[in-house]
Design a protein around this ligand. Structure first.
Ligand SMILES: *[C@@H]1O[C@H](CO)[C@@H](O)[C@H](O)[C@H]1NC(C)=O
Ligand SMILES: *[C@@H]1O[C@H](CO)[C@@H](O)[C@H](O)[C@H]1NC(C)=O
Ligand SMILES: *[C@@H]1O[C@H](CO)[C@@H](O)[C@H](O)[C@H]1NC(C)=O
Ligand SMILES: *[C@@H]1O[C@H](CO)[C@@H](O)[C@H](O)[C@H]1NC(C)=O
Ligand SMILES: *[C@@H]1O[C@H](CO)[C@@H](O)[C@H](O)[C@H]1NC(C)=O
Ligand SMILES: *[C@@H]1O[C@H](CO)[C@@H](O)[C@H](O)[C@H]1NC(C)=O
Length: 403
């Protein structure tokens, strides 16, 4: 009796605090742009990280980003961190539930190629003795409430995250920051730039650079990318959660596996966990690599049979293989399952789109307008952990609409 009385109250409290945190954007767009270009008029309480300016007249300035993160109380108050131009060689780990915004200093906020803040780390999924470790340990940035919730694990369902794990960050935002995993300049095992699980994160004009498994969106992870750059060679968009990549650049630094490798999950409710790449440009990273990969790169492959990914209204250059997606056969067992696996395209164009090749290949679904409709807006795919659709209050619509 007592338990059933307390639980609804607790969940009411939690949904109210979440709503309060999400209801108001942590900053105005004009404030954000001024803060990152001039360092002035930053949101109240902005914490500054700088490698060069250690003036401690009034305000403490942190030298590393993680030392600034570590000062944040574990509560629901929004926090803003201004990161001054520079290259920061550190791994970041965000467990807190309260909103956090990273503002990267830049003179050109509407161009990710001009970013002046780089966060670098060099690691793959191996320890110093060469023994394999979980992919999470390689990541430049981890956003997840606990270590267990961030583990990739193995098998069709991945690491079994305990059910009582809390949700992590409800509203994490990053503007104009590059995350670079410098482990190698070819695929040499999973080497994350980003790992985000049980959290909501928006990335605007950001860069994610690695070769293998660059971006991992884990269980109950929701990630939105806008006008960003995601570079890799093998399975470089992978995970269990939901990712929406809008008006961005997918850069092929070679071919291997596929661009996307998703694992679906069985839930008691309908889920649309998957990766949606929309109005984006998919092409060779540069003109020297382009001739070497013509017709060689796959759009994706099924990490398990319930893989879901859609390239919608994208431009694809000639690097893309004729069949579009490919199957993944492990020990003679093909993972592609008709009617279960969704590896799709909608209204794509460019030299990489070969209709005959797609049909002959037999694994790529060409969606018509009606079939695309069910996925056509972030509202239709981002879900609350309990399954309700429309979990988009953490997306910065102001930046998206910016002139
Ligand atoms: C260092 O940072 C402080 C606080 O933001 C600022 O007032 C000062 O002008 C900065 N100095 C330089 C040399 O950038
Ligand atoms: C932070 O607070 C949440 C919610 O109260 C709690 O579940 C979590 O264990 C706390 N984390 C730490 C590191 O104290
Ligand atoms: C992130 O920080 C949490 C809390 O300190 C810790 O338990 C976890 O192991 C860290 N994650 C990684 C990948 O190091
Ligand atoms: C082109 O991209 C490849 C793959 O990332 C890289 O190895 C090479 O250095 C790049 N070349 C130039 C000229 O940037
Ligand atoms: C989901 O359920 C189906 C039907 O029971 C099963 O074949 C499949 O292996 C399950 N997939 C996962 C990822 O658990
Ligand atoms: C398109 O795919 C078909 C079937 O694989 C192939 O025969 C044809 O050469 C491809 N066309 C181009 C332009 O690559």
């Amino acid at each position: 009796m007592r338990v059933s009385y307390v639980l609804p109250l607790l969940s009411l409290f939690l949904s109210q605090t979440t709503a309060a945190a999400l209801g108001s954007s942590p900053h105005k767009l004009s404030t954000l742009r001024q803060c990152q270009t001039t360092g002035k008029n930053c949101p109240e309480g902005t914490i500054i990280v700088s490698q060069t300016n250690t003036t401690t007249s009034k305000k403490q300035i942190y030298k590393t980003i993680q030392s600034a993160i570590n000062t944040l109380p574990n509560n629901t108050h929004p926090a803003t961190i201004l990161i001054k131009a520079g290259t920061y060689n550190e791994q970041l780990n965000i467990t807190r539930a309260g909103p956090i915004t990273f503002i990267g200093e830049t003179t050109n906020p509407k161009d990710a190629t001009a970013n002046q803040v780089r966060i670098t780390w060099s690691a793959a999924n191996k320890d110093s003795t060469g023994q394999s470790v979980d992919n999470v340990y390689s990541s430049v940035l981890v956003v997840a409430p606990t270590l267990e919730s961030s583990l990739t694990g193995s098998g069709t369902t991945g690491y079994a995250v305990p059910d009582d794990t809390p949700f992590g960050n409800v509203d994490f935002r990053v503007y104009n920051v590059d995350f670079v995993n410098e482990w190698s300049d070819y695929s040499d095992g999973p080497a994350h730039a980003l790992s985000l699980s049980r959290a909501n994160g928006g990335f605007y004009y950001c860069g994610f650079f690695s070769y293998q498994d660059t971006v991992y969106i884990g269980k109950l992870g929701n990630a939105y990318f806008y006008k960003s750059i995601i570079a890799g060679q093998t399975d470089f968009l992978y995970g269990f959660g939901t990712a929406w990549i809008q008006s961005s650049k997918i850069q092929l630094r070679g071919c291997g596996g596929g661009i996307t490798a998703w694992k679906g999950t069985n839930t008691t409710f309908t889920n649309k966990y998957g990766v949606y790449i929309v109005d984006s440009d998919v092409r060779a990273a540069n003109t020297s690599i382009a001739p070497d990969i013509i017709g060689e790169c796959a759009l994706g492959r099924p990490w398990n049979s319930q893989h879901r990914s859609i390239f919608a209204r994208c431009t694809e250059d000639g690097s893309i293989t004729a069949s579009g997606y490919i199957d993944w056969v492990v020990s003679g067992v093909a993972r592609f399952q008709e009617g279960v696996t969704l590896m799709a395209e909608y209204a794509v164009s460019g030299a990489g789109f070969n209709r005959t090749g797609r049909i002959e290949g037999g694994v790529t679904t060409l969606l018509d307008r009606k079939a695309w409709k069910g996925y056509s807006e972030p509202e239709r795919v981002f879900q609350e952990p309990t399954g309700e659709f429309g979990n988009v209050g953490w997306i910065d619509w102001g930046v998206i609409g910016e002139k």
